[in-house]
Each structure stands twice: as C-alpha cells, then as structure tokens.
Design a protein around this ligand. Structure first.
Ligand SMILES: [Zn+2]
Length: 723
C-alpha cells in the first residue's frame, strides 16, 4: 500500500459519519416548509435538499489545506513526471471515495525551453533577466526544476531590432499606430500584458507579426498588477519587481489544443500536420520579462511621448520609439510530443447512466501553481468528497456525475481539447453540462455560462453558503445592488472551450476571484496563498458547497433545469447591439430576421416552461409509465442548446462552431456574442455577415423546434399523469 492510498483509507472513514449526518439532516428537514427546485417535484425537491446537506457537511479547511500542500510541492507543468504523479494522486483519492476511475493519455506537441536570452544591445549592453530570484520570506520560492520566464508556442531563433512600445497591443492600439503611419517592420515590439477587453497574450503577438515585427518582448506593468495597485509580495499581494508572467502564446481563437492535430485527437495513429502548417503557432520569437527589466529598456526609448492612456506605472515618461534602444532576443525551444494526462472519477447514475454532468478543472501549472490551478482543484476535491459522502449514505443520482482533472491547460487547453475531439459524438449525445472550476481566491463571486442556465445558477445560489453573508445569493446581489443577476457570456481562457464552442455542450465557469500579482509566476505558492489567496479556505469551502449543489441538481433533476426564456432575452439584447453597429442599414433585413427567430424561440420556450412546470407540480412526474416521456423531454432540452452549433463554423476559424458564444478573434479571452455576424460586421465583411446571419436564423429555428417538441412530449406525459 502506497503512502497515498493509506491516506485515502483514512479519508474514506470520514464517509462513515455520513449516515449519522443523514439522520440529522432528516430531522432538520421535517421542520421546514416545502421548497421548490427547478426541475424537481416538491416531494423530490425536499429529498434532494436532504442529500445536499449531507454533501455540504463535508468540505472543511483542514482537508483543503492538506490537499493543497500535497499538490504544490514540486513544479508540475505539462509533460512532467510530477504532473503524472499528481494525476495518480487524484485517481487514488477518487478510488478511495468509491468512484469509478480512469486515466486517459494524449501525446501532444509541447515546447520546453532550452536557452532563453534577452539583451539590450544599444545604447549599452545589458543582459536582461528571464528568471525570478527566490524570496527569503517564502521557502517554496527556492524550488528547483520550474520553468523560467518562457513563452509557449513561439518561434525559436534570434531577432534584433529597434524597440517600439505598443501599450497593451490590443487591436485598437495597433490600429492607432497604423493610423499614425508608424511601421513595425523589423522592429522589436515592447508590449504590456492585460488591457480591456480581456485579451489573450497570443493575439498581441499575432498582430505585431502581421505588421512585420521581428520579435516581441512582453512584461507586466506595475499599473496593472504591481506596486501601483498596492504592496508587493512578500509584503502584499501585488507583483514584485522581479515577477514574470509566463504563458502560452497559442493563437487560441484559431483553434486550441495540440497545434498538430486540429479537429482530431492526439492519439497513436492520428496523422500530425507539419509544424510549419500549424496556424496557431506564433512565427516570431517572444520573451516575457518583469517590469524591473522592462524599465531598463523603457529608459532608452526615444521618439514622441506616448498618448496619455498608454502611459504605464513605471517612474518615467513612456516614449513610443522606435529606438534608439535596441534589443536582441535569442531563444531556443525543444518541441516534442509529451504525455498529457486527464483523470476522471465517476459516480454511475441510477436511471440514465450514460448521461453525465462533468465538473472539472486543470492540474498542470507553470511552476508550483498554488492559485493557478491548484486552489480550484482542491476546492473541487472537497466537492467530490462531499458528493461521495452523499452517495455512501444512499444518494442515487438519476444521471452520472464525473469529476475530471485536465493536463496541459496552461499551454493552452491541451488535455480537455483533445478529449473533447476524441469523444465528440458521445459528448454531444450524453454530456449534460460542463462545470469548470480552476483557480480561485477569496473575493467576488463570478459566474459565466450559457444563459439558459442563468435561472438555475441564481436559484442554486440561494441555498449555498457564503463566508460573509447569509447566502451566496445575498453576497452576489450585494456586489451589484439594484441590478438583476446575470451570467457573463463565456469567451475562452479555460477548459470549457472545447465543450461550449466546438461541441455545443452548455458550460459554466463559476467561482470566487480577486486580482493578484503572482499570476503565472514563481511566486504563486502555498505560502502566498495562505496569506493572500484564501486564508483559512473559507471561500474555498463555500465554493465546494455551491459546485456540489449544482452538480447534484443537474445530475438528479427529473426535468433538466434549463430556461430558454433567459437565453432569448439576452440574445434580444445582442441583436439590438448589432442593429446599432449597422449604421448604414446594410444588414437591416437579416438582423430583423434574427430578431424574429429569437422572438419565436421565446414564445416556444415560455410555452414549454409552462407545460413542464405543470408536469412537475401535477404530482407524480416520476411514475414509471412516464419515464420514457420524461427521457424524451430531457433529450430534447439537451438538444436545444446543441442546435446553436453549425458545423460550417465561424468566419476565419471553422473549429469554432457556436453561433452565440465565441472568444473574440482579436481578444482570445473576452467573448464575442453572435460572433458569426458581429465580427464580419466590425471588419466590414458584409457578405460573410449576411451568410452567417442566415446560419444563425436557421440555428434559432432548430432550437425553437426542439423546444416545441419538448413541450409536446411534456404534454403527453402530463396527460398520462392525469388519466
Ligand atoms: Zn489556470
């Protein structure tokens, strides 16, 4: 017996207490008013809430801390032995919880750095640091074997040129330079991370390369996450002078995952495309640095002072260049196929075992990754331990519940994308919802996802705890007094991407968050987390509870708790935005047609909601004779969201197929809604917009017919209940 599995056995003994908790939960429930839950009859709702209380009694601070410590002892980026070891660690824990477990391997092209050099060559020769020093106050920062300040999926090679400063490198920044007639040809671009709307670092490089830049140097400006925001680590939560943000520069809006296997999984026997043809790999060298090192470059940039909004937080006036500062980048990466592991633990459903709810998040990190992603991984482990306790006490979910841990997210969504591509048909058919849970910190509640799940998430938050408020719902409302609660539209940036954007599986990305200055750096450590992440894990425990409730409800609802009237209301708002964009009225008829199709969807959704509500309040929705009709209702509800997919895909990037949500082509993280129509409109490609508008109308009509059929199936079931 390995030391790990011994720990598992002792953990499993916690579950023995579950039966007692159930007795307690039952006696408490007896004093309560009956409560309605979306998708449940009143009777089943009461039972559901009792099982949730068994789950909710489990997550605790001490266990979270123990898991967190164990999972942040050594660097565990994609392809490493330690990453594999942690996969086995999770599998053994889940075995101990009584889950069915599975590990799945992909062999994916992953670059590891061989030699990274950055040098100021004019006016002085200065070697610039691409690694971070340890901090005496943080013992974990002395760890060895972590990745230096690297850029994944960029070209190896040497580039030299005069430096030009481009602010955040957003499309608006580059277009301003274009308008000013500033050429980037042969230059080294100095760009800062961040900016709004949420832009993935790869897009900053793509646009620089498109304009002829020879290389890119990227840094975190103190205005964005350093001393301008507050005290720096180790005294505060913000980025120190030496902190470097590593990252992947994969061109994600083109496609995520293994660059050599778009659309198909990285498994033996699948042909890889030649490296030179991989459209999502950057074609110029890139080097990330700290703001301490960036200052040494900025001091020597001349030319005009930058526009006011381009000025950052370092103590000098920023200039545009080009030059006279001159830089040499010389980087070499070893691109190899490396093993990337996903791990799953499953509770098999009692009625529809093939249907499943998946709650997952990634395991790999850049160095120790205490916040990103391990905080989320351990909170999710506590959810899993809670669900296991409910199952041990007799909870038998209608559908299966799967917990997942992805490998290689930070290099960009490697493990989840390849898995989604391998099992596309099965997932389209059977995966009810994906709930993504990675990095979190104590702070505001943040929730993004498909708007058909908005009412469900809000309702569930009324039963979930919060460290500072009576319920999560109260705290969430307190963040935005007087405004209706909403889910944010999802773009990309984590492992929901393949499910939502490629397969049409409804997805949620929820959790607590606050800004920090250790993102993707050596200083994202267990030590940092105890002081500035979530001291005492109070938010982590609360989050484990909320996620547990969502998973258990989605797995056990008699009727799946989707509400397409919210989706329709939100889409109507998007259509209004497009109308405002269409100043010349070039797309007036097409946009009206989208509006009409969406209004028809709303009518169908309202009517179907009514039918399904009557079914659930009419008494015995769950009788055996009704089961086939209910299964049909649920299958149609699942189909509705998938109908937003069009296999022809979006303009410039056919891997993205969801016509309602996509990461922006120029943003990478931030969502563009109704992207098929909106993006060509923004770029003046009116014929493309017209074609995509037609596709969107067809998709909305397909959703409407799925909802109408669901209503008819529900009516048939109600008739049987009454007769
Ligand atoms: Zn992450």
């Amino acid at each position: 017996m390995s030391p790990e599995s011994k720990r598992v056995v002792s953990r499993f003994s916690h579950l023995g207490a579950a039966a007692m908790l159930l007795v307690l939960a039952n006696s408490l429930a007896a004093q309560e008013q009956p409560q309605r839950l979306m998708g449940f009859t009143a009777e089943r709702a009461a039972e559901q809430l009792r099982w949730e209380r068994v789950m909710a009694a489990v997550p605790d601070t001490a266990t979270m801390r123990e898991y967190h410590y164990a999972m942040t002892r050594a660097p565990h980026h994609a392809g490493t032995e330690e990453n594999y070891r942690l996969a086995v660690y999770l599998r053994d824990l889940w075995d101990g919880f009584g889950f069915e477990t599975e590990m799945v391997r992909y062999d994916i092209l992953v670059p590891w750095p061989v030699d990274l050099r950055l040098r100021l060559v004019y006016p002085d020769t200065v070697e610039l640091a691409v690694t971070e020093p340890p901090i005496p106050e943080d013992p974990d920062s002395y760890v060895e074997g972590g990745l230096p300040g690297m850029a994944a999926y960029v070209a190896s090679g040497r580039a030299e040129g005069d430096v030009i400063y481009v602010n955040y490198g957003r499309i608006s920044d580059y277009r301003l330079l274009d308008d000013m007639g500033v050429s980037l040809e042969g230059k080294i671009v100095l760009v800062r991370y961040g900016g709004t709307p949420g832009q993935m670092r790869g897009m900053k490089v793509r646009e620089a390369a498109k304009r002829g830049a020879a290389g890119v140097v990227i840094y975190s400006d103190p205005e964005d996450d350093g001393y301008v925001r507050g005290d720096i680590y180790p005294n505060g939560r913000w980025r120190p002078w030496e902190g470097i943000q590593r990252g992947s520069f994969l061109d994600v809006p083109i496609y995520p995952g293994d660059p050599l296997t778009p659309f198909v999984p990285s498994i033996p026997g699948v042909e890889r495309i030649p490296f030179e043809e991989a459209e999502n790999v950057q074609k110029i060298p890139v080097q990330p640095i700290s703001y301490g090192e960036a200052l040494k470059i900025l001091e020597h940039i001349g030319g005009d002072a930058v526009p006011t909004e381009w000025q950052g937080g370092l103590p000098l006036t920023y200039h545009l260049g080009p030059g006279p500062a001159r830089i040499e980048i010389d980087v070499e990466y070893d691109y190899q196929e490396r093993p990337v592991w996903n791990v799953f633990g499953k509770v098999v459903g009692a009625v529809e075992p093939e249907k499943f709810v998946l709650a997952g998040g990634h395991r790999d990190s850049w160095v120790l990754g205490a916040r990103d992603p391990t905080s989320g991984a351990v909170s999710l482990l506590e959810t899993a331990r809670g669900v296991a306790a409910a199952v041990a006490a007799g909870f038998e979910p209608r559908r299966s519940i799967v917990f997942g841990s992805w490998g290689g997210e930070d290099f960009f969504l490697l493990g989840s994308t390849e898995w989604g591509e391998q099992f596309a048909d099965e997932l389209k058919e059977n995966m009810v919802v994906y709930i993504n849970r990675e990095s979190y910190t104590s702070g505001n509640w943040s929730a993004g996802g498909n708007h058909s799940l908005e009412a469900f998430v809000i309702e569930t938050s009324k039963d979930a705890p919060h460290p500072e408020a009576p319920t999560l719902f109260d705290a969430w409302q307190g963040q935005q007094p007087g405004e209706p609660l909403r889910l944010d539209a999802l773009g990309s940036g984590s492992d929901y991407t393949v499910f939502l954007d490629h397969l049409g599986v409804p997805s949620l990305n929820v959790g607590y968050e606050s800004a920090n200055g250790i993102y993707h750096s050596l200083y994202d450590t267990y030590h940092y987390y105890q002081r500035f992440g979530d001291p005492g894990y109070r938010y982590g425990v609360a989050q484990a509870d909320m996620v547990g409730r969502m998973v258990m409800r989605l797995a056990n609802a008699e009727v799946l708790p989707f509400d397409f009237t919210s989706a329709s209301a939100v889409i109507a708002g998007y259509v209004d935005e497009l109308m405002a964009l269409d100043e010349g009225g070039l797309l007036r008829d097409e946009l009206r047609a989208i509006g009409a199709a969406n209004a028809a969807m709303r009518v169908a959704a309202t009517e179907t909601n009514g039918v399904l509500n009557r079914l659930l309040t009419g008494g015995s929705a769950l009788t055996d004779q009704n089961r086939p009709a209910l299964d049909r209702v649920n299958a149609l509800i699942m189909r509705a969201e998938r109908e937003m997919i069009d296999e022809r895909g979006l303009w410039r990037r056919p891997w993205y197929r969801n016509l309602v949500y996509a990461p922006g082509y120029y943003e990478g993280y931030a969502a563009k809604t109704l992207p098929g129509v909106r993006e060509p409109m923004e770029d003046g490609a009116w014929d493309v917009a017209r074609t995509q508008a037609g596709m969107l109308v067809e998709a909305l009509e397909r959703v409407t017919s799925a909802l109408t059929e669901a209503g008819a199936a529900g009516r048939a079931a109600s008739a049987r209940v009454i007769s």
